[in-house]
Design a binder for this molecule. Structure first.
Ligand SMILES: [Cu+2]
Length: 379
């Protein structure tokens, strides 16, 4: 049987000494329960926050030239992977894998017994500034203040980011610039429109352009930087929510959607362009999230960010996906050299990496949140 021909599979069996006939059952017996922040008890909230603070206190293992802590390691991994994992078909798979790696680190390095919570932003759409997630006592602290928009209360107020902004690494505070109007794209109407999309590509475009943009633009500051946004610990709750939305979409038709992938495999030229580009005010020499085609109506929604919720009018140089329309202005597009995925369209063989926090995996490995690698569920 072809099944048995896989050396990796046999080695995995040997390593776990699992009886062969129980392989199916042995995969995901007790999925971790991921819950919405709004439903956590006060104790659950503080256990999560303590675990994140623990990651912020452990020394870097992966990126010691730039990172000081394990929290920084994750942020740096994101900075380095940014061109490969935004505005491409691997956007949702990579971030699913990355959220999982973060959850594993909390559990294995910081004695956290819970699951990665998520922020159901539809509950706060249009009202991020009054969200309980920004509570200084039970949450992540509030909006930034002063000239640099540094957060001034809450458990993370004194954390010094060593990574960012963007691809520049300089010590700085966690900053926020909460913008309620930008958070409107997290509304239930938009979420539901995304969940109704018929294809992976349309759903992904809708989520990346809509709810994804709402979280980054609605919190602003660090969160609005496409490279260094994981410097704000809210990032992990934001992207876990997006992961849930993908799973909600998949769950409507698992027969097809456990293997449905697609979308461009060509990284955005805007993320590898070494220079300033007119519509995006550079932050630390880098760009905030650009607009993204494929909002809930399949049109250009205008990226809800940059301190405004007015639509982004026009976009010089075309959309940030696909081949550059002005090659002479582009230093280089991201080369199509993703391991396991040499073509222009994203496939299941595409290798995802978090730089060794956990071993590399393929998109195929992360399609099922209750499969052989991942084992969690959403409430
Ligand atoms: Cu990202």
């Amino acid at each position: 049987m072809k099944f048995w021909a896989s050396l990796g599979f046999v080695a995995a069996l040997a390593a776990h000494a699992a009886p062969a006939q129980n392989v199916e059952q042995a995969t995901c017996e007790s999925p971790l329960q991921r819950k919405a922040w709004h439903t956590l008890t006060r104790t659950e909230k503080s256990l999560y926050i303590e675990a994140e603070k623990c990651l912020m206190s452990l020394p870097s293992k992966l990126h010691q030239a730039t990172a000081r802590t394990r929290f920084d390691d994750f942020q740096m991994t994101h900075v380095l992977e940014t061109p490969n994992v935004h505005f491409v078909g691997a956007f949702l798979p990579f971030h699913r894998f990355y959220m999982y790696a973060h959850e594993v680190a909390l559990r294995t390095e910081c004695n956290y017994a819970g699951a990665q919570p998520y922020w159901d932003e539809s509950l706060d759409a249009g009202n991020f500034s009054t969200s309980i997630i920004l509570d200084p006592e039970s949450g992540f602290g509030g909006n930034g203040v002063g000239k640099n928009n540094c957060i001034a209360d809450g458990p993370f107020k004194s954390y010094v980011n060593a990574i960012g902004p963007g691809q520049v690494n300089t010590d700085h505070c966690i900053d926020r610039e909460v913008t309620d109007c930008a958070s409107q794209a997290a509304s239930l109407d938009i979420v539901n429109a995304c969940l109704k999309k018929a294809t992976f590509q349309d759903m992904w475009n809708c989520i990346e352009g809509g709810p994804h943009g709402a979280g980054h633009g609605g919190i602003g500051g660090q969160m609005l930087n496409v490279f260094s946004s994981p410097g704000d610990p809210l990032f992990y709750l934001h992207h876990t929510w997006l992961d849930k939305l993908w799973w909600d979409w998949q769950s409507q038709n698992l027969n097809i959607r456990l293997t449905e992938i697609g979308g461009t495999n060509q990284g955005s030229p805007f993320l590898s362009f070494n220079g300033t580009f007119p519509p995006f005010p550079p932050i630390g020499g880098n760009f905030t999230f650009p607009p993204f085609p494929g909002g809930p109506n399949g049109t250009i929604p205008g990226f809800p960010g940059n301190g405004s919720c007015s639509p982004f009018g026009g976009f010089p140089g075309g959309f940030p996906t696909g081949p550059p329309s002005s090659p002479s202005k582009i230093e280089d597009t991201v080369p199509v050299n993703i391991a396991g995925d040499p073509g222009n369209v994203t496939t299941l063989g595409h290798v995802l990496t978090v730089h060794g926090s956990i071993p590399d995996a393929t998109i195929s490995d992360v399609m099922n949140i209750q499969g052989s690698l991942l084992c969690y569920k959403y409430a």
